[in-house]
Ligand binder design. Structure first.
Ligand SMILES: *Cc1c(COP(=O)(O)O)cnc(C)c1O
Length: 330
């Protein structure tokens, strides 16, 4: 089976490869050989995992002649912020249709973190209270583009469709190469799952390469059964687009003990993971995605194994949780 990513249009947004770092002090706490895949480190727009997806999504949009991009998310969406930065760099107009679906409000949540950066990157931000308002805002953006004769590209929540997931197929190739250089041939690769493209792309990539690395998913957006259904569906679509076999379902494991009361609602285990990463490695996690996934790393399940924690970014979102973060961390 060959993995031919070169036939897909791609916009260069990141500097690759991202670092793969030893984390010996963290590994001591986790009881495993821990490596950090630093997808939180890149020059554009405060970085994060969406840059990899946006390389293919915006590559396709530009190839199709789009001049305006619309995407969706929660108020503190990291995906929206990275889309805004990427659009700035590519000279595209960016419309962010955001839905207030996380039970948080106040100055920090509503105006700091990603929201502040959305404005800095000159996106037009539409904040909606519910699904009805969100649909209406999208319709307005679409009608306005049509009336102006602009060509609109619509990117799904989290950039997770088969095209976006190609970014993490490319990441699987990159990471497999870095692990081979270190002589690691069977790693557990732990990622948070929000919309699924990161987990699905990595699983498709590892299976197509025929390597023994396996994907572990920390469920941060929904329970394990729904997460598995979504990742399986997306992996199937991505494999079909690439013309390779879908990864066997047993190649992916799911942990939803870290999920807590809901998407975007911090947990004590998540805060503990933030403290541990900060104290041992000087690495910043946040309470929505990486903190919860990291809680899975720290519950003792990886006795002696090689584990890669994929740091998917999201630091701006941490500031949206002040002052509760200060209370939790102090
Ligand atoms: C979007 C996001 C995720 C989830 O990735 P998906 O591909 O949507 O599952 C994880 N971490 C951070 C920081 C994110 O912004």
């Amino acid at each position: 089976m060959t993995l031919d990513l070169a036939r897909f249009p791609r916009a260069t947004l990141g500097v690759w490869p991202t670092p793969l770092q030893d984390a010996p002090r963290l590994g001591e706490v986790a009881g495993a050989a821990v490596l950090l895949k630093r997808d939180d480190v890149n020059p554009l727009g405060a970085a994060g995992n969406k840059l990899r997806k946006l390389e293919f999504l915006l590559g396709a949009a530009v190839a199709e002649g789009a001049d305006t991009v619309v995407t969706f998310g929660a108020v503190q969406t990291n995906h929206g912020r990275q889309t805004a930065a990427a659009c700035a760099r590519l000279g595209l107009r960016c419309e962010l249709v955001l839905t207030a679906k996380v039970p948080r409000a106040g100055a920090a949540y509503d105006t700091s973190g990603n929201v502040l950066l959305d404005h800095l990157f000159s996106a037009r931000v539409h904040v909606c209270r519910d699904a009805g308002e969100t649909a209406a805002a999208y319709e307005r953006v679409r009608a306005e583009a049509e009336a102006d004769g602009r060509r609109l590209a619509t990117i799904p929540v989290g950039g997770s469709d088969s095209v976006g997931s190609l970014g993490y197929v490319a990441a699987a190739v990159e990471l497999a190469g870095q692990l081979a250089d270190r002589g690691v041939d069977a790693a557990r690769v732990l990622v948070p799952m929000g919309s699924g493209g990161t987990a699905a792309g990595l699983a498709v990539g590892f299976a197509a390469l025929g390597v023994a690395h396996r994907v572990d998913v920390g469920c941060v957006g929904m329970p394990a059964d729904e997460t598995a259904a979504e990742v399986t569906r997306l992996a199937g679509e991505t494999a079909r687009l690439l013309g390779v076999d879908a990864p066997p379902p047993e190649h992916i494991r799911y942990d939803d003990t870290v999920f807590g009361p809901g998407y975007g609602v911090p947990t004590e285990r998540g805060w503990a993971a933030l403290r541990t990463f900060g104290r041992t490695e000087g690495v910043v996690l946040e309470p929505v995605y990486t903190g919860k996934a990291a809680a899975s790393l720290l519950d003792g399940r990886y006795g002696g194994e090689d584990v890669v924690f994929v740091h998917t970014g999201g630091m701006p979102g941490l500031f949206a949780y002040a002052p509760e973060a200060v209370d939790a961390l102090a």
